[in-house]
Design a protein around this ligand. Structure first.
Ligand code: ZN
Length: 205
């Protein structure tokens, strides 16, 4: 992850992914067509370039969204969607990388879009966790760019921030819901306030 010192702002009608060749933004209305579930490549409808999703330049849409405000982000209710009904317990298990077990959280729309992506649009069951940060948690002031691959729960050691000092940081996902932002947080600093079994809705865009 790199720190986004200059967070690019995408047009409202886009999904925030920019072709690495011609810099054209993917439009929301094009998303299903060019690669909503594209793990192999997104096709640029402007120049024809086929690029890996991680190669896309990432921007944030709707900069006015309140989560760019750190105080609001601390107080937000965050979500994690998973196929595991024991995610909350699994992520606290002993034996996992000692200091920080980092978990990825988003707003509800982002979590639902993420599970829809994992299921490739199929109507399957999953668990939606609702999570709050512990009141004493200090968020890192930066916003990071998710520009590498993530393992299921934990992260590598190349993080530019110290989670012992700031146990959570905001970041822009590769597939961020327009106007939204995600959170990477130390699991031990989170409280799960609710979780429920749900079925993926196949008509998300
Ligand atoms: Zn292009």
């Amino acid at each position: 992850m790199n720190i986004l010192t200059d967070l690019p702002i995408a047009p409202e009608e886009s999904v925030g992914l920019q072709c690495p060749k011609c810099s054209t933004y993917v439009k929301r209305e094009e998303w299903d067509e060019v690669g909503k579930f594209a793990y192999e490549g997104i096709t640029c409808l402007s120049c024809g370039e086929v690029y890996d999703p991680p190669a896309a330049k990432i921007s944030i849409v709707s900069p006015s969204h309140h989560l760019t405000d750190i105080t609001q982000a601390v107080n937000e209710t965050w979500y994690h969607a998973t196929i595991s009904d024991s995610w909350a317990e699994d992520t606290l298990e002993a034996g996992l990388p000692e200091s920080n077990l980092l978990v990825h959280l988003g707003l509800k729309e982002t979590a639902l879009a993420r599970i829809n992506d994992l299921f490739m649009g199929a109507a399957r069951d999953f668990y939606l966790y609702e999570v709050k940060l512990s009141p004493e948690v200090t968020l890192h002031p930066s916003i990071l760019n998710d520009d590498n691959n993530w393992s299921k729960y934990s992260d590598d050691h190349k993080m530019p921030i110290d989670f012992n000092v700031t146990p959570a940081v905001r970041y822009v996902n590769r597939w961020e819901t327009p106007g939204y932002i995600s959170l990477l947080a130390d699991r031990t600093k989170l409280t799960v306030i609710n979780h429920s079994r749900q079925t993926n809705q196949t008509n998300l865009s």
